[in-house]
Write a protein that binds this ligand. Structure first.
Ligand SMILES: CCCCCCCC/C=C\CC(=O)SCCNC(=O)CCNC(=O)[C@H](O)C(C)(C)COP(=O)(O)OP(=O)(O)OC[C@H]1O[C@@H](n2cnc3c(N)ncnc32)[C@H](O)[C@@H]1OP(=O)(O)O
Length: 243
């Protein structure tokens, strides 16, 4: 699957809806046992959640957006397929979350790229299921430091802390992902799927049982004046950096 939402694959409501529907089709196709997730945009895997979906929007629209973010995470994290992330660009915040839901992460070894949950840098807070996905990937202490600082890691640093599993030159990323997929698909599906579910079920069940309060929590947090102000400042910083 190639992410194509120019210019930076930000995760808007429309894009998330289309992504979930494509993933669902693959999940139902019994001939499809694995997915390599990569980006069709230069230099960026995904810029994370579309900040415009969280800035100046009505509570109803924010709620609809957050449900789609939850759905994307639930579909990816609970997928029966082998999902390998071929991270061919930067992957901050929601992009990092998306990568962490995959079974294996291969990143291009370009020092200009970065990956991590940088929410605190925007004045927002990564919700519990973002936090737990990271704990399940890199452990509690590393997550505590990463989340409080809103740390973005270079590919080498990400490999050191276990946020990605392998670094390769960018032009070898798909070939390496394909070889890795062959190895993962050599394991009998039922045994691998039950094992995957055993590892991830507690985190998935937690969000499933708290979906509505999590949406309410998001809406009441994101629509607060100081949070809107932080997002506005961050957006203008992004635009200024460009000019
Ligand atoms: C109590 C519980 C409450 C819950 C609270 C909420 C929790 C929310 C959880 C997750 C949050 C997120 O995912 S927020 C998104 C965070 N993302 C970022 O911080 C990344 C920002 N972007 C960048 O750093 C860079 O754009 C890039 C490294 C990804 C790419 O750099 P590049 O130089 O190639 O591109 P530009 O910077 O010039 O960007 C092009 C264009 O895109 C706009 N842009 C970039 N990122 C976003 C985004 N995430 N959303 C919307 N728009 C984005 C950027 O402003 C440029 O726009 P213009 O061309 O109009 O200037």
């Amino acid at each position: 699957m190639t992410l194509q939402n120019p210019p930076v694959n930000s995760l808007s409501l429309d894009f998330l809806t289309e992504f979930c529907s494509a993933l669902e089709k693959l999940e139902m196709d019994k001939s499809c046992r694995g997915v390599i997730l990569t980006s069709g945009q230069p230099k960026v895997f995904s810029a994370g959640l579309d900040i415009m979906e969280m800035y100046g929007k009505s509570p109803e629209r924010c709620g609809e957006f957050w449900r789609a973010v939850q759905e994307m995470w639930l579909k990816l994290y609970s997928s029966n397929m082998v999902i390998i992330a071929a991270i061919n660009g930067s992957s901050p915040a929601g992009g990092c979350l998306m990568s962490m839901t995959c079974d294996y992460r291969i990143m291009a070894d370009n020092p200009r790229y970065s990956i991590g949950l940088n929410e605190t840098q925007l004045g927002i807070v990564a919700p519990f299921w973002f936090k737990e996905t990271m704990v399940n990937t890199v452990g509690h202490r590393t997550t505590e430091i990463a989340l409080q600082l809103g740390q973005l890691y270079s590919p080498t640093e990400a490999l050191d802390i276990g946020l990605v599993d392998k670094l390769v030159p960018e032009d070898q990323i798909i070939a390496t992902a394909t070889q890795t997929m062959t190895k993962w698909l050599a394991v009998p599906d039922h045994a691998r799927q039950i094992t995957k579910s055993m590892m991830r079920k507690p985190t998935i069940d937690k969000l499933m049982s708290k979906r509505e309060p999590d949406i309410q929590n998001f809406v009441s947090f994101i629509t607060k004046d100081p949070i809107q102000k932080s997002l506005g400042l961050y957006l203008s910083m992004l635009k200024k950096r460009k000019s």
